[in-house]
Design a protein around this ligand. Structure first.
Ligand SMILES: [Zn+2]
Ligand SMILES: [Zn+2]
Length: 649
C-alpha cells in the first residue's frame, strides 16, 4: 500500500500502482470524469501513471490552469497528427501549450500552408479527436529515440534528443502517431470537442534568427463548443476595446514616426485625462503623508553604476549622452530610485524623522526593440507614479499596510474590483541568491504576508519569485474581459540603501540603514490608461472622462439660447463640448456615442421657451427635461458615489 496526500490534507491508502485516475475515481466518479491532468510530488504526471511511492497528489480539471495546459498541449499533438496526414514530409519540431491555446512549429519543406487550409485541418483534428485515442507515455532509450527520428530525417528532433539524458527520454503515442514528449497529457483525445486554428507566423528554430525559419501554427481548443463561441466573442470584444483604436477615436494620444517609435504623444484630451488621474493620486498621497519631489530625466552614468541599474539596463539602454567639452557621460534614467536615494542623502535623518515618503510622477526611458513595441503597453518612454519610502525596519510592517490601503483605494475607485495579490518570497533552497541579512528578509517577508492577511487580501505566496534585493507584493487585476494585468507592485529593498550608503541615527545614537519601499499603484501612466481604456471600453468614470457633456442644438435658430446654456454649464464646471455643425440631430447623437461622451444635451424650441435642457445618457437612456442646476447636481451626485476621499488612518 502507498499513502497519497490530497490537497485538503487527507491521506488515502491505495494499492501500489494505483493511478491518479484510480484515486480520482475513489473520491467520486463524477469528479473523475472531469479530471484531465495530475501532479505528483511536484512533477506533472499522466492520469494513467502508476504511482509506486507515498506522496502528495494534485488532480486538475479544465478549470485549473494546469488542466488547460495539459488540454492544449495534448491538442498540439493532434494538430501535428493532422499536419502529417496532409503533409507527410513535414518535419515536426516543438508544440507547447501557451497562455491561450497552443502552437506547433513545423518545417513544411517544399509545402506551404495558409489560413485557407485551417478548416480542412480543424475538421481532420476533430475527426481524430472523436476516436478517443488514449495518450500513452512510454520510456525510450536515447539510441532508439535517435534512430526513430533519423529514419524520418527530422534533424530538429534529433537535436533535441541529443541534448537529453539517456533514461529521461519519453515518447507519447496516440493512434498511430508518435511524438517526442516529456508528458502532461489529458487521458484521451475524445475530451477535445472544439478546435480553432488562429494564425500562422514565421518562427526561427530555437528562436535564433541564424537558424532555419519554421512555420508556427497557432490554435486553441475547448472541452465544449460553447467555450469556443464565448472565446471568439471575447476576442471580438477585445478588438473593439483595443486601446490603440479607442485612443485614436477618443483623441487621447498619438505616435509620430518623426518623434520616434514607442514615444507616445498625449493629445489635449489625453493630457487632461492623465492630469486628472495624477491629481487624484496626488491628493490621496498627500493625505497619506507623501511629499512630492522632482528629478531630471538624465543622470550621470556613475549614478546608475552605483545603483546597479547600469549592469541591468546598461547594455540594452539608449546610448550615453556625451558632453565633449567636459567629457561627461549621462544616461536617460531607467528608474527614479537612484535620484530619490540622493534626495534622501541631502541631509542627515534621525529615527524620529522617518518614514520619509518621496513621490514623483517620474518619466523613465527603456530601450525596447521596435518589434516589441505595442501601443501604450510597451513603450520606450513612460511615466511611473513612483514613490520611495525610507523607514526603520520597525516601521516596515505599518508602512506596507498603508501602501496596500492606498493601492486598494486606487483599484476600487477605478472599478478594478477583481484582483488577487501575489507575494513573492525567497527560494529557501537557494538562499545565496539573495543579498542582505537573512533575519531582515524573514522580517520583511513576514511583514508582507501579515499585511496581506490583515487587509483580508486573497493572496498566493510564490517561492523563488522575489528579486535578489527584496520580497514584494503585486496585484493581479482582472479586467472586464477576464485578462490579467500585473499592477501596483510594492517592493521591499535592502540593496539600494546599502549601495547609496543611506543612514539614519537611531535612538541608540548609532547610524543604521533604513529600509526602502518602492511602490507605484498605477505602475506606469501609459499602461494604466491602456488598461482603463480596455477595461471600460472608453467609458471612463464621470470624474475622469475628458468631456462630460456635449451640447447638440437642433438648429442654429437657437444660437443665443445655446450660448446661454453653454455658459451655465461652464459656471457649474461641467466639462462640455458644442456640436454646432448643421447635421441632423440623429447623426450628431451617433457621433457623440462614438466619442463615449456620458451626456448629450439637446436644445430646441421647447427647451428654449421653458428655460430647460433635454438630457440623454450615453447608451440611449432619456432623462427628460431639467434645469442646468438639476443636471449639475445629478453629475455631482454620480461623481461623489464613485470618487471617495482617501481615508488615511
Ligand atoms: Zn506531449
Ligand atoms: Zn524604485
Amino acid at each position: 500500500m502507498i499513502k497519497i496526500t490530497l490537497p485538503d490534507g487527507s491521506i488515502k491508502e491505495c494499492a501500489k500502482q494505483s493511478t491518479p485516475m484510480d484515486i480520482a475515481k475513489s473520491i467520486s466518479e463524477g469528479f473523475a470524469r472531469n479530471v484531465i491532468s495530475a501532479k505528483f510530488n511536484d512533477t506533472i504526471v499522466e492520469t494513467s501513471t502508476e504511482l509506486t511511492q507515498d506522496g502528495s497528489l494534485l488532480l486538475y480539471t479544465w478549470n485549473d490552469d494546469l488542466g488547460k495546459k495539459a488540454f492544449w498541449h495534448s491538442t498540439a499533438h493532434v494538430l501535428a497528427q493532422a499536419i502529417l496526414f496532409f503533409h507527410p514530409n513535414a518535419k515536426l519540431t516543438i508544440g507547447p501549450a501557451i497562455e491561450k491555446g497552443f502552437y506547433y512549429d513545423v518545417d513544411f519543406g517544399e509545402d506551404t500552408i495558409s489560413d485557407n487550409d485551417f478548416k480542412k485541418i480543424e475538421d481532420k483534428m476533430l475527426e481524430f479527436a472523436r476516436q478517443k485515442f488514449e495518450f500513452k507515455l512510454r520510456s525510450v532509450s536515447k539510441a532508439d529515440a535517435l534512430s526513430y527520428y533519423k529514419d524520418r530525417n527530422n534533424e530538429f528532433k534529433v537535436e533535441l534528443i541529443e541534448n537529453l539524458t539517456d533514461g529521461d527520454i519519453t515518447f507519447c503515442d496516440h493512434a498511430d502517431f508518435t511524438d517526442l514528449c516529456r508528458g502532461g497529457h489529458i487521458p484521451n483525445t475524445g475530451i477535445i470537442k472544439a478546435i480553432k486554428l488562429m494564425s500562422i507566423a514565421g518562427a526561427y528554430w530555437r528562436g535564433d534568427e541564424k537558424k532555419k525559419q519554421l512555420t508556427r501554427v497557432y490554435g486553441i481548443s475547448f472541452p465544449k463548443q460553447k467555450n469556443l463561441k464565448e472565446y471568439l466573442e471575447l476576442l471580438e470584444e477585445a478588438k473593439k476595446r483595443d486601446h490603440r483604436k479607442l485612443g485614436k477615436e477618443l483623441e487621447l494620444f498619438t505616435f509620430s514616426k518623426k518623434v520616434g517609435q514607442g514615444l507616445p504623444l498625449w493629445l489635449p484630451k489625453g493630457a487632461a485625462l492623465r492630469e486628472r488621474l495624477e491629481n487624484f493620486l496626488k491628493r490621496a498621497q498627500k493625505r497619506a503623508g507623501y511629499e512630492m519631489v522632482m528629478t531630471p530625466h538624465i543622470g550621470q552614468k556613475e549614478l546608475y553604476v552605483t545603483s546597479g541599474h547600469y549592469a541591468k539596463y546598461g547594455e540594452d539602454s539608449f546610448q550615453p549622452i556625451h558632453t565633449p567639452k567636459e567629457d561627461e557621460e549621462f544616461l536617460l534614467k531607467p528608474m527614479n530610485c537612484p535620484h530619490h536615494c540622493e534626495i534622501y542623502n541631502d541631509k542627515p535623518y534621525s529615527y524620529k524623522d522617518l518614514p520619509k515618503r518621496f513621490a514623483e510622477f517620474g518619466t523613465v526611458y527603456r530601450y525596447e526593440q521596435s518589434g516589441e513595441l505595442h501601443g501604450l503597453t510597451r513603450v520606450r518612454g513612460f511615466t511611473q507614479d513612483d514613490a520611495h519610502i525610507f523607514c526603520t525596519p520597525e516601521q516596515l510592517d505599518q508602512e506596507f499596510k498603508e501602501v496596500i490601503d492606498l493601492s486598494l483605494y486606487v483599484l476600487s475607485t477605478l472599478g478594478l474590483d477583481n484582483y488577487t495579490a501575489q507575494v513573492s518570497v525567497r527560494d529557501m533552497d537557494n538562499l545565496d541568491k539573495y543579498i542582505g541579512d537573512s533575519k531582515l528578509w524573514d522580517k520583511a517577508e513576514n511583514a508582507i504576508i501579515n499585511a496581506a492577511k490583515d487587509k483580508g487580501l486573497d493572496y498566493v505566496i510564490e517561492s523563488g519569485e522575489a528579486a535578489f534585493y527584496g520580497p514584494k507584493l503585486d496585484f493581479m487585476v482582472k479586467d472586464a474581459l477576464g485578462r490579467t494585468w500585473q499592477l501596483g507592485t510594492i517592493q521591499v529593498d535592502y540593496t539600494l540603501p546599502e549601495r547609496f550608503d543611506l543612514t539614519y541615527k537611531g535612538s541608540d545614537n548609532q547610524l543604521h540603514r533604513p529600509v526602502m519601499i518602492h511602490r507605484a499603484p498605477f505602475g506606469s501612466m501609459e499602461r494604466f490608461i491602456a488598461l482603463l481604456l480596455e477595461h471600460t471600453g472608453g467609458n471612463f468614470p464621470l470624474w475622469l472622462t475628458p468631456d462630460q457633456a456635449i451640447l447638440l442644438p437642433i438648429s442654429d435658430k437657437y444660437k443665443n439660447y445655446t450660448e446661454k446654456v453653454l455658459q451655465l454649464l461652464e459656471n457649474h464646471e461641467i466639462r462640455s463640448l458644442l456640436d454646432d455643425r448643421s447635421e441632423k440631430t440623429g447623426k450628431k447623437i451617433r457621433d457623440a456615442e462614438v466619442k463615449k461622451i456620458p451626456f448629450m444635451i439637446i436644445v430646441g424650441e421647447q427647451e428654449e421657451s421653458e428655460g430647460l435642457i433635454s438630457v440623454r445618457r450615453h447608451g440611449g437612456e432619456d432623462l427628460g427635461k431639467m434645469t442646468v442646476e438639476a443636471f449639475s447636481s445629478l453629475i455631482n451626485k454620480e461623481i461623489s458615489s464613485t470618487l471617495k476621499e482617501f481615508k488615511f488612518n
